[in-house]
Design a protein around this ligand. Sequence first.
Ligand code: GCO
Ligand code: MG
Length: 402
Amino acid sequence: MSTIERAEVFVASPGRNFVTLRVTTSDGVTGLGDATLNGRELAVAAYLRDHVVPLLIGRDPARIEDTWQYLYRGAYWRRGPVTMTAIAAVDTALWDIKGKVAGLPLYQLLGGRSRDGVLVYGHASGADVPALLDDVARFRELGYRAIRAQAAVPDVGGTYGVRKGVVYEPAASSLPDEQPWSTEDYLDFAPTYLEAVRERFGFDFHLLHDVHHRLTPIEAARFGKRVEDCRLFWMEDPTPAENQESFRLIRQHTTTPVAVGEALSSIWDVQQLISEQLIDYVRTTVVHAGGITHLRRIFDLAALHQVRTGSHGATDLSPVTLAAAVHLDLAVPNFGIQEYMPHVPETAEVFRSGVRFDNGMLHPSEEPGLGVEYDEEAAERFPYEPRYLPVARRLDGSVHDW
Ligand code: GCO
Ligand code: MG
């Protein structure tokens, strides 16, 4: 029987920080897992190195479900982003190995194709409305069929999701950047630029918007109602989701579809949202929600309640997660959309991925497993740098949800 012989944890910063797990079997087969938790990277690296790797050595790499249960139930302490990200890395690496042993791309092991390709949305943004409109035009020219729009609130600044240079990277400073926030100004301004996008470009593409947890339920209800004529594909994270019940209030007031889940890590965190149909899209992803094994369980629950998938795919999720997501998206019946932000060239030097963008869709590699290689030597050129996500403060100086 083949056994797990080695499990190595790599922390590198090719453009931004990534934590990567590589599992090697006694037959010399390797599998990769992403373990990146933006701004808390080293906690997951230590969880893996100190508490998980010693448990993996000698285990049968083929027993993916059993390993998942062993790591989840065996820890006694359940859920939480650090634990679930660490388990996700192991789970993804074992699926990669299974695909390589079978000689099949991962999506084949998950039931095969349900569609021709994976619809993605890109991120358009602007420091003001004309800049946003130019950026939307650029994404349309690139072939995107779905576009997220974010613009900076005039005179307040610091709005989530607005690119400063060529790349959008919120975790850019060695201590959290503090950004101002005004709910009143946002509620007045954001609907106007979504309307400007529709006025200029019409309705032949999907338009998305990320509220990024900034509103209370009743404010979110007002926002959703106000933008109904823009026919958004979704408004994302309208309010923080610790209290799943609070989404009912939003629902009662607006038909604007709702997407939630990028910051959530288990089926229990989305159970009420899904089973009571309080959301339309679930944004949990491979790396933060326990890997392919657990995410598939969430997606199956979602399918029962006509909730579709819309996985998180910002650049703080490594190309290993993106590849795993594309395989899963291709296979599940209730796929909705996949977020996609191309990684910077430095990241692509370290992770060689076969994922391909064509005409608004992503396609997986046909190589066995995930179809991603990790170049350890290249990674050594990019040592870890402490980087934090920003913190938002209301204009009176108090902390707000970022
Ligand atoms: C998105 C997200 C990201 C997160 C980031 C946090 O919709 O893509 O909201 O931009 O803020 O991934 O690490
Ligand atoms: Mg988001």
